[in-house]
Design a binder for this molecule. Structure first.
Ligand SMILES: O=C(O)CCC(=O)C(=O)O
Length: 334
């Protein structure tokens, strides 16, 4: 069976209140959970507006009202799932607005039973309309199902990742996909995939499953319905990625074009898992507007990703202004 036959099932799962015991039970049993209304619909709209302000301020000529300006020559570098990981996005006003919503921290504080948390300086998934340019399609889910935690060097629960969606998902558009319960496969990975794992450096927290994996064929991923403002949390040990849906979306209105999917990646981990050296890098990263991965216990500079460096001339982008953080936000930096 090939990866293209691995079709995620579109499901409506319960949407839980941030911080509720039920949300944690669902996360622990399924490896993922949908948190309802991390942002209100109005806040989601405001965040979408700020996202466009970020794109239009890059200095490359992106104009939200003119889809002919959304090409790769002007768009920030994006990787496999339509994710924009760098070019200052981790310190855009949009990302700081979203990650500062109280429900985001409430949800993560319940995960860790600790509210002294550091936040990632992550990027966003920005999906452009594929009827305008089919090359804007994101990778199919079956081709990059992965976990974001090294199975040997990072044993046990170490990280829970999040994505706050600013746009409602539909079966036609697609979104984040997760294999329910797959976080429980984690401990067996070194035995089951010994050869494949042997090729993964111990510092690299990204393991991809084989595209014809019998486990995945037997347990296909689900694409959970999310309303605008909802946040998906998933255990970094759970097999996940994103995938386009059926693609039968309404034709783009060229007079008022819209992105298909806008989702903010956000992750909070206890400060106690980090250290002063990492925190010093994080403070400097705010001034320099350097984005990171989900991890805040290690210093990982997303502007130095191979895929970003090889994409061409980063100097053509104007970075967003240095964010003026309040006390709440500064505490999340460290
Ligand atoms: O929701 C998405 O776009 C995929 C996110 C993902 O796979 C990741 O952050 O590791």
């Amino acid at each position: 069976m090939t990866e293209n036959q691995l079709t995620p099932e579109y499901v409506h799962v319960p949407r839980f209140e941030a911080g509720s015991a039920e949300s944690i039970e669902h996360l622990e049993s399924e490896g993922f959970v949908v948190i309802a209304n991390a942002l209100t619909p109005n806040e989601a709209d405001e965040a979408l507006d700020l996202t466009w302000e970020y794109l239009e301020s890059l200095g490359t000529g992106v104009d939200r009202n003119d889809v002919s300006t959304w090409g790769d020559d002007r768009w920030p570098v994006n990787v496999h799932g339509g994710i924009v990981p760098s070019q200052g996005i981790g310190h855009s006003a949009a990302q700081w607005f979203i990650r500062s919503a109280p429900a985001v921290k409430t949800a993560f504080a319940a995960v860790w039973d600790d509210d002294d948390l550091l936040v990632s300086f992550d990027g966003m998934a920005l999906w452009r309309p594929t009827d305008v340019d089919p090359d804007w399609a994101t990778d199919r889910g079956g081709s990059w199902l992965h976990i974001d935690q090294h199975p040997i060097s990072r044993p046990g629960l170490q990280c829970v990742q999040g994505a706050v969606t600013l746009t409602a998902t539909t079966p036609e558009i697609g979104g984040n996909i997760v294999v329910p319960g797959s976080h429980k496969w984690f401990a067996d990975i070194p035995v089951r995939y010994a050869e494949r794992l042997g090729r993964l450096p111990e510092f690299q927290d990204h393991f991809r499953f084989p595209t014809d994996d019998p486990l995945l064929q037997a347990t296909p991923p689900v694409m959970a319905h999310m309303e605008a403002g909802d946040m998906m949390l998933w255990d970094s040990r759970a097999a996940h990625c994103s995938s386009p849906g059926s693609g039968a979306t309404p034709p783009t209105d060229l007079a008022a074009p819209e992105l298909l999917r806008v989702a903010s990646l956000v992750c909070m981990m206890p400060r106690s898992r980090s250290n002063e050296e990492v925190i010093a890098h994080r403070r400097a990263a705010v001034e320099a507007r350097i984005s990171t991965t989900n991890w805040s216990d290690r210093w990982i500079n997303a502007d130095e990703f191979e895929m970003v460096l090889s994409a061409g001339d980063a100097s053509k982008y104007v970075l967003p202004p240095v964010p003026e953080l309040n006390d709440y936000q500064r505490a999340l930096v460290g």
